[in-house]
Design a protein around this ligand. Structure first.
Ligand SMILES: NC(=O)c1ccc[n+]([C@@H]2O[C@H](COP(=O)([O-])OP(=O)(O)OC[C@H]3O[C@@H](n4cnc5c(N)ncnc54)[C@H](O)[C@@H]3O)[C@@H](O)[C@H]2O)c1
Length: 320
């Protein structure tokens, strides 16, 4: 099958491209390079540079290539920025998806995989978040992901497109150093940045109702996440029209910020104690996935632990 991967030059998208190719699938990338890096792509994968808001270019791309499935990762993803620029986030993430779905449903595409996020859950007050936990996003970014799921599901129902919304938890690591995350928006690169500047990593709040007082999250290695996309794509390719999956992608293991910083210090050879500052507004104490549904439905589960996430991310960070 030929898959069109929007956002395929991004951190996660490039991993998905490499994983799909390793599984014997054909890949074509559509990316506006606003945050993506063309050099992450294998040299024989075609890159169409354009926005998901450009319906004419999308239609031309779909007409010129035998695309039967789409993996849609192209989006803006910074929570804080989405609070300041909600209109831009709705335009890129919701309008961009709507335009893409118009082009997709007019072409011979049968499967559609959508990048959603654990941000759709907001502040879940449960030990393990299942896909049936109520979605109450706290930011415009999370809202755009939830609205995106609605759009994808409704389109599948109306047209027979087989769809999946994948709710990623906290993504970290790299399959190889050149594919590493170049942004400093998540805990691991934020701690790396502080340590390499000789500064103390910051912990936002150590008085949460968790075992060590710091926030607990579910970290997933990006290589595992990419393999989950392959499993989902291959399932959709053989599925009944209108199939509709909503799946958490996590490990089902909670790791606190303090534990993560300890692993980072061990793996990088630094030994700088963190500085505890005030809580950030809107940070839930604990967000850990129930990973049962994807294991039941696709037979997929994560294989890599936080140590592998940190060491591979560090290899990417120190590559330059
Ligand atoms: N990184 C995470 O922890 C995380 C967690 C949950 C969900 N997600 C979702 O995963 C997806 C990929 O995230 P990432 O971390 O790889 O981010 P990224 O910024 O590295 O990748 C996004 C890619 O999409 C491209 N892009 C953005 N807007 C576009 C548009 N309108 N048209 C065409 N291309 C566009 C960018 O150039 C980039 O290559 C996003 O949808 C994000 O919301 C990421």
């Amino acid at each position: 099958m030929t898959w069109l991967i929007t956002g395929g030059a991004g951190y996660i998208g490039a991993h998905v491209v490499h994983a799909l190719r390793a599984a014997g699938e054909q890949a074509l990338v559509y990316d506006d390079l606003s945050t993506g890096v063309a050099g992450r792509l294998p040299s024989d994968v075609e890159l169409v540079v354009g926005s998901t808001l450009d319906r004419a270019l999308l239609e031309r791309t779909l007409a010129e290539h035998p695309v039967t499935g789409v993996v849609h990762l192209a989006a803006k993803k910074q929570v804080g920025e989405s609070v300041e620029q909600p209109l831009r986030y709705y335009r890129e993430n919701v309008e961009g998806l709507r335009v893409l779905l118009e082009a997709v449903t007019a072409a011979d595409v049968r499967s559609f995989v959508f990048s959603s996020s654990a941000a759709v859950y907001g502040m879940p007050d449960v030990e393990l978040v299942t896909e049936d936990t109520p979605c109450v996003p706290l930011s415009p970014y999370g809202e755009t992901k939830l609205a995106g799921e609605w759009l994808v599901r409704a389109t599948g129902r109306a047209t027979g497109l087989a769809t999946a919304s994948l709710r990623y938890f906290n993504v970290a690591g790299a399959a190889s150093p050149e594919l590493a995350d170049t942004g400093v928006y998540n805990l691991v690169p934020m701690v790396f940045e502080k340590l390499t500047d000789g500064a103390a990593p910051r912990v936002f709040g150590a008085d949460y109702p968790t075992p060590d007082g710091t926030c607990v999250r579910d970290y997933i290695h990006v290589a595992d996440l990419a393999e989950a996309h392959v499993a989902t794509a291959q399932r959709l390719a053989g599925a009944e029209p209108g199939t509709d999956l909503t799946l958490n992608i996590g490990r089902g293991v909670g790791v606190s910020v303090r534990e993560m910083i300890d692993v980072i210090n061990e793996e990088t050879g630094y030994d700088i104690a963190p500085e505890i500052t005030d809580r950030r507004p809107g940070d839930p104490a604990r967000v850990v996935a129930s990973a049962g549904r994807i294991a039941d439905q696709l037979g997929w589960s994560a294989k890599r632990d936080v140590r592998e996430m940190v060491s591979s991310a560090w290899a990417g960070w120190t590559r330059a």
